[in-house]
Design a protein around this ligand. Sequence first.
Ligand SMILES: [Zn+2]
Length: 144
Amino acid sequence: MRHQKFTPRADYRLAEAQRTQASVSLAEKFQELKSLTVEFGHFSPEGVTRNSQIKYTVNPVHAKSVFRLDCPNGECIGGDFDLSEALTQTVAAREGTATGEMCCQGWLSKTTIDRIHCRNILRYKLSLEYGQPTANGANQLQAA
Ligand SMILES: [Zn+2]
């Protein structure tokens, strides 16, 4: 047994966590965005359901603008789902909802790097509410 402190998977997750942490909040990036609800389900590459639908609402003041969901494959390397771009386009178009499907671009496991992709499927729905940005650009939500 080798005792490595970091694995390709841990390295990737750490880098992604840092990228997320370094990004501005959703409220800073999208000043008119008041609330965001995400509903999603994971599916195997064959389209078979892996779990029940998950739904949660994020507070744009606290949520980061790099908006990622983890891949359910515990061995997946370099994958996961980044909804930042989909979110940007939805806000730009001022749409209230957006649905889509993404395929995980990571590797199935550390023994299949450069050979077999993960290809887990995420089906999502974004529900957005908009308000008026305030004069100073800050979101009007008050800190509790
Ligand atoms: Zn994956």
